[in-house]
Design a protein around this ligand. Structure first.
Ligand SMILES: Cc1ncc(COP(=O)(O)O)c(C=O)c1O
Length: 404
């Protein structure tokens, strides 16, 4: 029996006893939500600026999502991938068209999409097992995905991991130029690192990776589990750069809060898997596919991504103004509604706490960055409210810093 957390609430005590302690959960029990607002069991109201970590892109209780899930629940819940189902096939068609890919594989999470990508690379280029990934990357917690998650604190207890995985500095042109050679089978990269601190790749770098991968004849796969599906103001982040990968992973926002992941592939990568090479019992089931269609109906609707970009500007400009007058802030980075407030010291957890105390939910991305990944449906008024709360919370940190 593990001990109760500092938060001595009944649910926290029961949770600490009943669950493997893989998370340090915040002392809140959330019970309901609508749009960008969440309520806890004590009746406190929060502005949701984290969206279940970039998952609930349409917010909570979106009428179209609720209706799609309700209707799907009344139909077939599951039949397995032994048979065709129309929602899955149509979803593959819509996603591949929007992503300029050719074929899809469906699974249930981001890590599984990355596992599929790793296997796809092995199957595409047998004998070329070298994988290149990047410092502070995050690709998931299963053993294959963890092997490419270049954050030692997550890997240390689980060694040995996959061999022949090499870690390069993120955004370094020379290192990529030197390392991508004919021994490499796969270059796996997040166009905008999420967990690693909301760090966009520098302009031109993804293009260089593309060139080098073409020259070396290896696969370039983008992990857009966090940045994909409209989060950065384009459907996928790579579309803003005009660089097409051989495959892309997505998950998180795909089914708006239901568990779903996908690997989308094109060219030779779309030809590599044969029946029996890979599988997922639940992947692409009718219920999650129906939810994903509801997400795509909104995100791909005319003008929606323009709106996301406009909202991004409002949030970014507001955060930048606060950064300019608050000595604890070093700057703002990211794209679309995937923004990070970088602090001058490793006080992200403290700022997340202060924001929560003032009624806004966020989460850290590393020790010195607070991440803003609200529902894409957040309103301009809610953004302004968020900025007011950030101002108050930064004031708390500044006061503490001055008092020390
Ligand atoms: C870029 C990226 N890849 C993969 C994952 C793993 O996704 P999941 O937690 O759904 O397995 C994450 C999760 O944060 C992520 O941000």
């Amino acid at each position: 029996m593990s001990g109760a957390p500092a938060w001595a609430g009944t649910l926290g005590r029961r949770g600490a006893n009943a669950l493997l302690p893989t998370y340090a959960r915040y002392p809140i029990e959330l019970v309901s939500g609508r749009g960008c607002r969440l309520q806890d069991a004590q009746g406190r109201d929060y502005l949701d600026l984290v969206a279940g970590i970039a998952v609930t892109a349409l917010g909570h209780g979106h009428p179209a999502m609720v209706e799609a899930i309700r209707q799907a629940a009344d139909g077939l819940l599951h039949v397995s991938n032994l048979y065709w189902t129309e929602p899955m096939v149509r979803l593959a068609e819509r996603l591949t068209e929007a992503a300029a890919m050719e074929r899809a594989f469906f699974c249930n999470s981001g890590a599984e999409a990355v596992e599929a990508a790793l296997k796809l690379a092995r199957k595409s280029l047998p004998g070329r097992r070298r994988v290149l990934c990047f410092e502070r990357s995050f690709h998931g917690r299963t053993l294959g995905a963890l092997s490419t998650t270049a954050q030692p604190q997550y890997q240390e207890s689980f060694l040995p991991l996959l061999s022949d995985v090499h870690v390069l500095p993120f955004g370094d042109f020379d290192a990529a130029q030197r390392a991508i050679d004919p021994q490499v089978g796969l270059v796996l990269v997040e166009p905008i690192q999420g967990e690693g601190g909301v760090r966009p790749a520098p302009p031109g770098w993804l293009g260089l990776l593309r060139e080098r991968c073409d020259a070396a004849g290896c696969l370039l796969i983008f992990d857009e589990v966090q940045s994909g599906l409209g989060r950065t103001g384009t459907f996928f982040a790579y579309q803003a750069e005009g660089v097409l990968p051989d495959a892309v992973t997505c998950a998180k926002a795909l089914a708006g809060g239901l568990p779903m992941g996908a690997l989308l592939a094109r060219g030779t990568a779309a030809e590599a898997f044969q029946p029996g090479d890979h599988a997922s019992t639940f992947g692409g089931g009718p219920l999650v596919s129906a939810a994903a269609h509801a997400v795509l109906d909104v995100v791909l609707a005319e003008g929606f991504l323009d709106e996301v970009r406009r909202k991004s500007e409002r949030l970014r400009t507001g955060l930048q103004k606060l950064a300019a007058v608050n000595p604890v802030v070093a700057g703002v980075r990211g794209r679309g509604l995937m923004l990070g407030l970088r602090l001058t010291e490793p006080r992200a957890a403290e700022l997340v706490g202060a924001l929560r105390d003032h009624g806004a939910l966020t989460c850290p991305a590393g020790a010195d960055v607070v991440r803003f990944v609200p529902p894409l449906t957040i309103s301009p008024e809610e953004i302004d409210q968020a900025l007011q709360i950030v101002e108050l919370a930064l004031g708390v940190l500044t006061q503490r810093a001055e008092a020390d």
